[in-house]
Design a protein around this ligand. Structure first.
Ligand code: MCN
Length: 780
């Protein structure tokens, strides 16, 4: 291992596996989710959705309007013009041309099964759903839906949105330069293959939900919603309704998972807020699981045509990729991460030349949204291509990686995709994962098993993950306030949705202020009390909340120490804080409790010199460093049953580097959750459609989410290398879901390759695996 890798030592709280503050509440059923909030006289909403993928429609809601308990029924014609500004969230304002037209409710045309056509508001959800039976809908001109890349890009005028001709959401390219083309032409091996990833999605335990209340006399819009991004939501509601931001309060409470789905405000959430605004009553909508599965957002349906040019000695000399992304009918912002897939394709490898093109298309399916590592197709395609190419040119995949991986000594490394990659340890994690999974021993066991007709395989995935620092992500706030009793509140601009920020944020404050962990309260997810923040996304809370909270706590510490220095008649630089007591270094008897300092500042301030700052409060905003990266290697072993096609995951090893860990327990939990989603994605989960655009997985009987039985123990190892952030933290939340699919896919591909079977497409459910085995047998 390189000696540039420093292993950070644990502090009193930072680096410790402190038990999660939120768990007693959440595990005893005392969490407060959006659906738990009630307001007297609130109304309940139900959406009427399209049953067909593509049609013109007429809707008659008159009978429903007179139904028992119904207060209002809105169609697109009634509601859409209530949007005074834009439907686009702030991050993407100005980039509307890259996005689908966004209507609150469908008008005239429906574009996917689940498209919201009307909203019924009634005294109860039951009455609203009963009234839906009275709505009459006529569908005309049902054209064949656009369901695949070829149909979408045929250029025959068969457009999902007439004002988006050619079905192109976004297309960008940086072609291979002439030198790169020459490198391909001169290479000993040029290998091309297409890799297909299928549609699966976020599936949070808590579906989406929103409760909105407009108080016309106070000019006050109160919104409770299940969100990863309360401030962004407030901005979106302000733009849609015209209510100024400071008259809108968004609170998120506890959030039962988001995984990217709740990063942005969806059509339904805008519709509920508009309806509450129009009616002047509180309106609640809680998405049910069927709606969540067919109409919230989908992800991952992408394919890549990849070419690698390789010299005789196994050195990669150039790469080219054409990426296609099915964004559905109404992609959400962040739903198509195409340019990142292209730019990141070379990942942790030394590839001198890269050409890329990325195209996102509209289809008559549920729109896409960002899902935990939304650009992860670069890892899926690259890591599958690495192993595929290695087999084609007769090299061990591990050896092929070793010959091309970027060493720490080569960093900062300017990638062919235009990125500056630094502070990453791909080689170290690769070697750690290979050692921990017992690579050589497994290969020997595999050879014996293959001779007996068994299908054993091993696969790897190595990736480097950027934590973005652009637009709203360019800064992160943290405000810290000490109370007269010495306890501290910390206000962060984001809001946890499962990843434990209440705990890690308190650890950071306690560590840097030298106070007790239990004396810190984390305030989050309420736009009235917390500073504007960009929410959680891009695995940036660890690095950026970590940095902002560290800096704010140290600024507050300076103020506390300055007052203590006066009380102790000592120089501030001679003081230290530990366990809530400030003492002169080397003379512990000369000390004062933090609580006494706080009490003096607030209640006996006249006893302090006028020049001493007595505001024990810090308002802080931290700027994002130019580059932030983390990285990991995943390795899996599997056995495939050639008679049933079932894949058994034997072992799953992760070696990750998120820099200094704030809480190793939480870091490992993040890795485990992401890997479970990756395993579920490759083997079980599929938002499958038929050719007419009907979703075939609309319950958990059809959409298979893995349980503890399907997920093996995930063995997690750490490398803590330096980071660009204050505190040394890098992101980890998305990584599990980025690396796991490719590692598992490669393990299955390796098992099948031992018997001459080639796979390049997900999912790898038993049917698909068996079909591939039979096709290969038929060819022999
Ligand atoms: N952490 C740490 N040490 C580090 C880095 C992070 O202890 N060196 C901790 C953080 O303090 C935080 C957690 O690990 O508690 C994840 O941090 P980070 O990687 O910064 O990611 P974010 O907090 O920004 O979370 C977002 C990320 C994304 S983008 C999705 S999507 C996601 C996720 O992580 N969705 C999740 N993790 C999830 N976990 C749960 N349970 N539910 C989701 O919906």
């Amino acid at each position: 291992m390189s000696d540039t890798i420093a292993h950070a030592s644990a502090g009193r709280y930072v680096g410790q596996a402190v038990l999660r503050k939120e768990d007693p509440r959440l595990l005893t059923g005392r969490g407060r989710y959006t659906d738990d909030v009630t307001i007297p006289n609130m109304l309940h909403a139900h959406f009427v959705r399209s049953d067909v993928a593509r049609a013109k429609f007429r809707i008659d809601v008159s009978a429903a309007r007179g139904a028992l308990g119904v207060v209002a029924v809105f169609t697109g014609e009634d509601l859409n013009d209530k949007v005074v500004g834009t439907m686009y969230p702030s991050m993407f304002v100005g980039a509307e041309e890259f996005m689908s037209p966004m209507y609150p409710l469908a008008v005239g045309d429906v574009r996917f099964v689940g498209d919201p056509m009307a909203l019924i508001i009634a005294e109860s959800r039951y009455l609203a759903e009963d009234a839906a039976e009275l709505i009459e809908i006529d569908y005309d001109d049902i054209a064949d839906p656009v369901m695949d890349y070829d149909t979408a890009l045929a250029g025959d005028g068969n457009d999902v949105h007439p004002n988006r001709p050619g079905n192109v959401v976004m297309q960008m390219a940086v072609p291979l330069a002439d030198d790169g083309r020459a490198a391909v032409e001169g290479a000993a091996h040029v290998v091309s293959q297409t890799f297909v990833q299928h549609r699966y999605s976020m599936i949070p335990m808590e579906c989406r939900g929103v409760l909105a209340h407009w108080e016309p006399f106070d000019h006050r819009l109160d919104v409770w919603m299940s969100s990863q991004n309360p401030h962004e939501a407030r901005l979106a509601f302000s733009r849609a309704t015209g209510v100024p931001e400071n008259q809108i309060r968004v609170q998120i409470g506890d959030v039962g998972g988001g995984f990217g789905l709740k990063s942005f405000v969806g059509r339904e959430e805008i519709v509920i807020v508009l309806a509450a605004y129009v009616l002047g009553r509180a309106v609640k909508w809680t998405e049910d699981r069927r709606e969540n599965l067919i109409a919230s957002a989908h992800a991952r349906q992408e394919k890549c045509d990849v070419t690698l040019a390789v010299d005789d000695d196994g050195t990669i000399v150039a790469a080219e990729v054409k990426h296609f992304d099915d964004a559905g009918a109404y992609p959400m912002p962040g739903g198509s991460a195409g340019p990142l897939v292209g730019m990141l394709l070379t990942g942790p490898y030394r590839v001198p030349y890269l050409g890329w093109e990325s195209t996102a298309i509209y289809t008559n399916t549920c729109g896409s949204a960002s899902y935990r590592g939304p650009w992860m197709m670069e890892t899926t395609a690259r890591e599958q291509m690495i192993e595929y190419t290695a087999r084609q040119i007769g090299l061990e995949p591990l050896e092929f990686r070793r010959r091309n991986i970027i060493h720490t000594s080569e960093q900062p490394f300017n990638s062919a995709g235009g990125m500056v990659i630094e502070n990453v340890t791909p080689e170290e994690t690769l070697e750690q994962a290979a050692a921990e999974i017992g690579y050589d021993a497994f290969r020997a066991e595999q050879a014996r098993a293959t001779a007996q007709g068994r299908y054993l395989g091993i696969g790897f995935a190595v990736y480097v993950e950027p934590q973005p620092g652009v637009a709203a992500y360019a800064n992160e706030p943290a405000n810290v306030r000490m109370h007269p009793d010495g306890r501290v509140d910390v206000f962060i601009g984001s809001g946890a949705h499962g990843q434990g920020l209440e705990t890690t944020t308190a650890q950071l404050v306690a560590e840097n202020l030298g106070i007790d962990f239990d004396d810190v309260t984390v305030r989050q997810g309420d736009t009235d009390s917390t500073p504007f923040g960009p929410g959680t996304g891009g695995s940036r809370s660890g690095p950026m909340i970590g940095q902002a909270v560290t800096e704010a706590s140290l600024l507050l510490r300076d103020k506390v120490v300055a007052i203590a220095a006066h009380l102790l008649e000592a120089a501030p630089e001679d003081l230290e804080i530990a366990d809530g007591v400030i003492a002169v270094q080397g003379t512990p008897t000369k000390s004062v409790p933090v609580q006494q300092v706080a009490n003096t500042a607030y209640q006996q301030s006249a006893t302090l010199p006028p020049e001493l700052d007595k505001t024990l409060e810090v308002v802080h905003r931290s700027m994002t460093p130019a580059t932030m990266w983390s990285n990991a290697t995943h390795a899996a072993t599997v056995e495939v049953d050639p008679t049933t096609g079932k894949v058994e995951v034997l072992r799953f090893v992760v070696s990750e580097d998120c820099g200094r860990m704030i809480n190793p327990n939480i870091v490992e939990g993040q890795v485990h959750g992401g890997v479970a989603q990756g395993i579920g994605g490759v083997l079980y989960e599929h938002n499958v459609y038929d050719a007419d655009g009907n979703p075939l997985a609309s319950t958990f009987m059809d959409y298979l989410v893995p349980t503890a039985h399907e997920i093996p123990e995930i063995e997690t190892f750490h490398i803590e290398s330096p980071a660009s952030t204050v505190g040394g933290y890098k992101g980890v939340g998305e990584g599990g879901a980025i690396g796991a699919p490719a590692a598992l896919f490669n393990a299955v591909a390796d098992a099948l390759a031992q018997h001459g079977v080639v796979v390049t497409e997900q999912p790898l459910d038993p049917d698909a695996v068996l079909r591939k085995i039979r096709e290969a047998a038929d060819r022999r």
